[in-house]
Design a protein around this ligand. Structure first.
Ligand SMILES: O=C(O)CCC(=O)C(=O)O
Ligand SMILES: [Fe+2]
Length: 299
């Protein structure tokens, strides 16, 4: 799936080309790293109301999960990772990278964070979660919509106990294209007969129409810095165009229930499983070194 449906939105600002301007990040000193690791290990007090909302709606947005200054450092670091991976002279409308945690210590603290994984396992109602992958998502000024989709078909995991934490790296007002959700864990059933057309935006338009006709609540509210969302693998989501002059950067980390298996017939669209779970064969329990247990419940 391509994340940017229409390369450039008609309502976008004059700046159409991504021009990453941030400098290479200052080194993060050991005392800040230690503080960050400590903060990211503190359990989050998740209310039973939040767990119920996630179960009913398929997503939840939670404020004050991560320290704002630590996120600003992470933004600088991920921006430099993207520049190294993709170059500065890029006209990409959407910059992304994966598996950054394997080679960057700062990113690793966030991706393997006990606090984030604890929320994921409590929302899913499972004993332990493992990492599927990390994903940097930088939607550049002028980049158009992320089409409606749900992640289940794109993940080669034979379980529905899978969710993604979407972590904004700066505040994301509506005009910057925050991740947006169609409420309802069963909403996907309304559109399961609609065939996907990868050549144009008709699928995306038809979905928007069906959701409007059925009065499905769409949550496209902005995010404060420190606020993060979790969406279930069956949750329909989208993101608007970035109509600002700043890159809309987010880190997405996906977790699945410990004990889940690789699907028995992985297809082209079920993702690059060899890259994310090396040496795991179709039908096997996913337990490669790239899929560490990030949170194990004490109870
Ligand atoms: O960042 C976006 O626009 C899309 C992200 C997404 O679809 C996801 O994290 O599952
Ligand atoms: Fe997605």
């Amino acid at each position: 799936m391509t994340l940017a449906e229409n390369e450039h939105d008609q309502n976008s600002p004059a700046v159409q080309v991504a021009t990453p301007t941030e400098q290479a990040p200052i080194e993060v000193d050991q005392s800040i790293l230690a503080q960050l690791e400590a903060d990211l290990s503190v359990p989050y007090q998740l209310s039973s109301d939040s767990i119920d909302q996630f179960a009913a709606n398929g997503y939840i947005k939670l404020k004050n999960v991560i320290n704002a200054e630590h996120l600003t450092l992470l933004r600088q670091r991920i921006n430099s990772i993207l520049i190294n991976a993709l170059g500065v002279e890029t006209d990409l409308a959407f910059r992304s990278d994966e598996m950054m945690w394997l080679h960057d210590e700062l990113v690793r603290h966030f991706v393997l964070s006990k606090r984030i994984a604890q929320i994921a396992s409590e929302l899913l109602g499972v004993q332990a979660v493992r990492l599927y992958h990390d994903n940097a998502l930088s939607k550049e000024p002028g980049c158009g919509r992320t089409p409606w989709h749900y992640d289940y078909h794109h993940f080669p995991i034979d379980s529905q106990n899978v969710c993604t934490a979407w972590i904004p790296l700066q505040p994301i007002p509506r005009e910057m294209g925050p991740l947006a959700f169609a409420a309802g864990i069963e909403t996907y059933k309304l559109v399961k007969d609609l065939s996907f057309n990868k050549f144009d935006s008709s699928y995306d338009r038809q979905l928007s129409q069906i959701f409007a006709d059925r009065d499905i609540r769409i949550d496209d509210s902005g995010f404060e810095l420190g606020e993060i969302s979790f969406h279930h693998t069956l949750s329909f989501h989208t993101a608007g165009a970035n109509r600002t002059n700043e890159s809309r950067m987010a880190l997405a980390t996906t977790y699945f229930e410990d004990g889940a298996r690789l699907v028995s017939n992985p297809t082209m669209i079920s993702g690059e499983f060899q890259k994310f779970m090396p040496a795991i064969e179709p039908g096997d329990i996913i337990n490669s070194a790239y899929n560490p247990v990030c949170h194990l419940r004490a109870d």
